[in-house]
Design a protein around this ligand. Sequence first.
Ligand code: HPA
Length: 237
Amino acid sequence: MTIHIGAQKGEIAETVLMPGDPYRAKWAAETFLQDAKLVNDVRGMLGFTGTWKGNPVTIQGSGMGMPSLSIYANELIRDYGAKTLIRIGSCGGMQDNIKIRDVILAMTATTLSTPSRGILKELNYAPCADWSLLQAAAQAAAAKGTPTHVGVIYSSDVFYDERPDLNEQMVRHGILGVEMEAAELYILAARHKCRALAVLTVSDHLLTGEALPSSERESSFGDMVEIALKAAFPNVE
Ligand code: HPA
């Protein structure tokens, strides 16, 4: 047990999928894993461990924002030995060619700041996805026929952003979408020699104001979970 995760040692798999929403962790575990067992409910941040095609997988909620994700990712890595961490989450689209329901694979994540800022200080570190995961996810998405974009995203500290000027520069500089967790996950993975990737479904669009109806959220998010699992286990049929 750790401060924020109630699982016993050995109850967390080396491969962890991390949605922001604990109820999405429950849905994904019940939908995609065999023999999924609840391993954490501290603070309602649900985590489940089961198997996918015979391979152990944990799906653990991260909460919203980098400070919350940082708590769970640190404990998963340092106390439970997680090695592959894949964020599965939603993001806001930021380019004309990106549509609601498309998938974005974050090659890198721009930020204004992360919880690691205290260590990195003035360094403008470029948080970077693990290449083997990114490549396998791109292949899995292509095989599924899911419209997918690979490139730079923005990990924000605010959902209700009041910097339209900054958004304008981000759109101009090719930022594909905005979410609130990936950059810190990539930095922690680099620090602890783990692999990380963020697989994101576009749930709303900053340019058009369009949003995915809540009734469609689960089915659209299914593609993303499958892509993440196939990226983690590329040689499994
Ligand atoms: N902003 C930040 N995070 C998000 C958004 C957004 O518009 N959509 C989904 N996650």
